[in-house]
Design a protein around this ligand. Structure first.
Ligand code: MN3
Length: 239
């Protein structure tokens, strides 16, 4: 058993951590403390811009894998399970090195996708109110934000995300991240973001990521983005 645990520590892979947990007598991979919330709308809600099959696979398999892997880590590191995900991602340096990469990838993946589902399922259109004013102030207008966001998303090499971050004073900025990294790891908050991993668009758009980025705005739920904006200014926005 020591050998198995030691090997999983060295590899630092969540998949190995899960298999180690299985070898130690779990009937199945640990089911908590992290949960995969159901999509807040049917998988067809973002049609025709994002197809139902992509939504289903993305949520039920990709996001589910991040959650399962995170639970595998927590099964081995019970002290980490007591700390909120926001705090783990903000202070990755405080996470034991053996599982730091697994927490970074799978915790980041859980946080990013939780945000992502929340801000989609809408009818697109344009932001309103305080959020519109902030976009006008910080990007020079909604069309300019879209241009900068789409260009940045297109330029992410390989897998990653493009985000609009929000500071506690309401200031907005654009940032891209590789893999499942999140602005939370820099002490910031993600107001909204788009997933540019191929799994997010390949079935419908194949290699045409710019077309996906452009179409994605049609499913943004601006009421939810506005809620996140208000929460950020109130200091209550988490992931
Ligand atoms: Mn994804």
């Amino acid at each position: 058993m020591f050998t198995t645990d030691r090997r999983s520590l060295i590899l630092g892979s969540a998949a190995v951590v899960v298999s180690s947990a299985l070898s130690r007598g779990y009937a199945q991979a640990p089911t908590g403390p992290y949960k995969l919330d159901p999509l807040p709308y049917p998988t067809s809600k973002n049609e025709p811009h994002i197809d139902a099959q992509t939504m289903e696979i993305h949520h039920d398999r990709h996001h589910a894998a991040y959650v399962n892997n995170l639970n595998g880590v927590m099964a081995q590191q019970p002290d980490l399970a007591k700390r909120p995900l926001l705090e783990l991602l903000t202070r990755l340096d405080s996470v034991p090195e053996a599982v730091r990469t697994a927490v970074r990838n799978n915790g980041g993946g859980d946080a990013n996708h939780t945000m992502f589902w929340q801000i989609m399922g809408g009818a697109g259109g344009e932001p309103k109110g305080d959020l519109k004013a902030a976009i006008d102030r910080d990007f020079g207008g909604f069309d300019k934000l879209q241009d900068q966001f789409n260009t940045a998303g297109t330029r992410v090499f390989g897998s990653g995300w493009v985000f609009v971050t929000v500071a506690s004073d309401g200031k907005l900025a654009l940032v891209t991240k590789p893999n499942q990294d999140t602005p939370i790891m820099d002490g910031q908050r993600a107001l909204m973001g788009n997933d540019v991993w191929e799994h997010a668009y390949y079935l419908k758009y194949q290699n045409r990521r710019p077309d996906y980025l452009k179409a994605w705005w049609n499913v943004v739920n601006w009421d939810k983005v506005s809620e996140r904006y208000s929460a950020a200014k109130a200091g209550t926005l988490t992931i």
